[in-house]
Design a protein around this ligand. Sequence first.
Ligand SMILES: Cc1cc2nc3c(=O)[nH]c(=O)nc-3n(C[C@H](O)[C@H](O)[C@H](O)COP(=O)(O)O)c2cc1C
Length: 193
Amino acid sequence: MVETLWLPSFELALHRNRGTPTGRLVQLATVRKDGRPSVRTVVLRGFLAETHRPHFASDTRTVKVEEIREHPWVEACCYFPQTREQFRLGGLVTVASSESRDPGLVKARNEVWSEMSDESRLAYTWPDPGRPRHHAVPFSTTPPDPHNPMPHFCLLVLDVREVDHLELSGNPQHRWRYHCDDRGRWSGLEINP
Ligand SMILES: Cc1cc2nc3c(=O)[nH]c(=O)nc-3n(C[C@H](O)[C@H](O)[C@H](O)COP(=O)(O)O)c2cc1C
């Protein structure tokens, strides 16, 4: 694997913040059809096996997936309160869905589904997200099969191309910018905070 300069700092931050409730929460920004930004919280589920690609579990019925299919460039922002660090990861998302044929993506999708809690899996049995709620129709309370992902369950796999890492601790603070060129080679530079 080409050396991914930012990854050791990011993994260290994940490790050092593992005890904090927000340690794995990420703000994921997409571009709406009208060109406006849209941002929401998602959970970082890990990295695709043997790659440095972070991934998030989601539902193909949500607006963000529609937006990503139209405009796959996103930015994911994480703040680690314990170490007072911010990482902004920019890059392209691949949607690993029930239609994906890439063996690595199929495997990752199955694994994340089976590792999720019953409570998390249950949300995928609910009616279409973002549609008007009909209280007369009760939501299912029976969790789906942990070995067979619901058809609209998907992974958003981020191919990171640029990273901005800000460390608030220290006076002055520290900030680094990393960039991946078209040939997959990373370069990094310390910049003014
Ligand atoms: C703490 C927290 C964690 C969340 N984790 C996820 C997640 O991992 N995946 C996801 O699709 N939505 C997650 N959500 C819900 C999203 O923030 C969002 O409301 C939902 O996905 C619909 O977004 P959209 O309409 O922009 O597609 C989470 C919300 C919160 C508050």
